[in-house]
Design a protein around this ligand. Structure first.
Ligand code: ATP
Ligand code: MG
Length: 413
């Protein structure tokens, strides 16, 4: 993609009234624009990042046998009434010109369960799992921290349907493993934290928390084992001996919840009378689970964790492009040739081909945009290019062909 064709506008000034790193750097790099409290526009560069994150999520959801669908955001009142959630405070409501009332989806059990009711007959139809990646609306009283808490945000929501609690349990931990893979690919170190299930369950649910100062949750965790609890339910406190391994003292940290998994049990299947016939022909309630990830929140969390004074340092799988190719004075022809070759090889590259920007401006923009691999052509590199890969030793100048191979190896690691 040529810089001169793609819409990129980095910003010279920090945003006013923003404290969080993700709000500041996503603004400066031209990834998002704040439209109102908790409402953001994703500019082309930001949309590319979101799409990369979504791609990782989709791959891991498809790998556990979940099918993607897309549910509406505009949901008639009767659906919310059926589960007694019409008066949930975070529900945005709307009335159309004929007086019909709607709620904007903040989660989608209400819509999906009746769809399944018309399509599940017997135990042979189970288990099944469906997910979507969609915009959610929540009237959050304290929308803040850039993408971390929005009134409009994206969610991957997965719902699973089972014949019994045992099968739900099996799938619950399958999803937990898939989530670990997703966050590891996005280089988000997560703790799997025990949390309260709210209205749904007396058992713990599990949150996937990134431990960073910018987080709104408080997490107690053990450094010697995997024990971790959200303060909201905790039966430990900081400096206690770990109740699980007894080998270390409990620590306290703020956390950002990037995902969570819930056992819903039969709450929603009871409301919709979602039943199936077991092998004896007897009607049984379907047992459900629901599982969320916030891709837009994850994008904010990635920036909280990965930035320096000069800009964002995107993890490989979330970077808007794989290579940032820069033509500096004297290197224009060589950079053009490299761009052409990269395009032929199908390499995802951003090519700064501007002739009205100074070298300093180009390099500052490259820092703000934060792509892990930078390739520069200049008088100095002659018929070679200079390849810089984050966290790797500098290379001697290389031919264009060798540069592509090196980049492919870097991304395969
Ligand atoms: P929180 O405790 O942060 O309010 P939640 O427990 O209500 O979130 P869910 O309803 O389970 O979250 O939503 C699933 C996922 O969607 C969360 O794990 C989070 O990553 C994301 N998410 C929830 N609320 C928001 C929001 N207001 N802005 C951005 N992402 C959100
Ligand atoms: Mg929560």
């Amino acid at each position: 993609m040529r810089f001169t064709q793609f819409f990129i506008r980095t910003q010279k000034e920090w945003p006013r009234d923003e404290e969080s790193a993700n709000a500041k750097f996503l603004h400066r790099g031209g990834f998002v624009e704040k439209i109102g409290a908790g409402i953001h526009a994703f500019l082309p560069l930001g949309l590319r990042v979101l799409d990369k994150i979504n791609r990782v999520i989709r791959e891991e959801m498809n790998a556990i046998g979940a099918s993607e669908l897309l549910l509406p955001a505009l949901i008639p009142k009767k659906y919310w009434e059926a589960t007694d959630r019409w008066n949930v405070p975070i529900l945005y409501k709307s009335t159309d010109s004929s007086g019909q009332e709607y709620g904007l989806g903040f989660t989608h059990e209400e819509v999906l369960t009746p769809i399944l009711k018309r399509r599940i007959q017997s135990f042979r139809d189970l288990p099944t799992a469906l997910y979507q990646i969609q915009t959610k609306f929540r009237d959050e009283p304290r929308a803040r921290f850039g993408l971390i808490r929005g009134k409009e945000f994206t969610m991957k929501d997965l719902y699973s349907f089972h014949a019994d609690a045992k099968d739900l349990e099996r799938f619950y931990w399958t999803v937990a493993d898939a989530y670990k893979k997703i966050f590891s690919r996005l280089e988000l170190p997560v703790r799997v934290v025990e949390a309260a299930g709210g209205d749904f369950t007396k058992e713990y649910t599990h949150e996937f928390q990134v431990l960073v100062p910018a987080g709104e949750d408080t997490i107690f965790y053990c450094e010697a084992c995997d024990f971790a609890q959200n303060k909201e339910i905790a039966n430990v406190a900081a400096l206690d001996t770990c109740p699980k391994c007894a080998r270390a003292k409990i620590k306290e940290s703020n956390g950002i919840e990037v995902g969570n998994i819930f056992r819903l049990g039969t709450k929603f299947s009871e409301a919709a009378n979602l039943v199936y016939k077991d092998s004896a022909g007897k009607e049984q309630l379907v047992v459900m689970g629901s599982y969320g990830i916030g891709p837009s929140r994850a994008m904010g969390a990635i920036v909280e964790l990965n930035h320096d004074d000069a800009g964002i340092r995107w993890p490989k799988e979330a970077a808007p492009f794989r290579i940032h190719l820069i033509a500096l004075p004297g290197g224009e022809k060589q950079a053009d040739a490299a761009y052409k070759y990269f395009a032929e090889q199908g390499v995802d590259v951003l090519y700064d081909d501007r002739n009205d920007a100074t070298p300093g401006e180009k390099l500052t923009d490259a820092d703000l945009i934060g792509i892990p691999v930078r390739i520069i052509a200049s008088t100095r590199t002659a018929n070679m290019v200079e390849v810089t890969m984050r966290d790797e030793k500098p290379f001697p100048f290389q031919s264009i062909e060798a540069a592509v191979l090196a980049v492919q190896r870097y991304y395969a690691r």
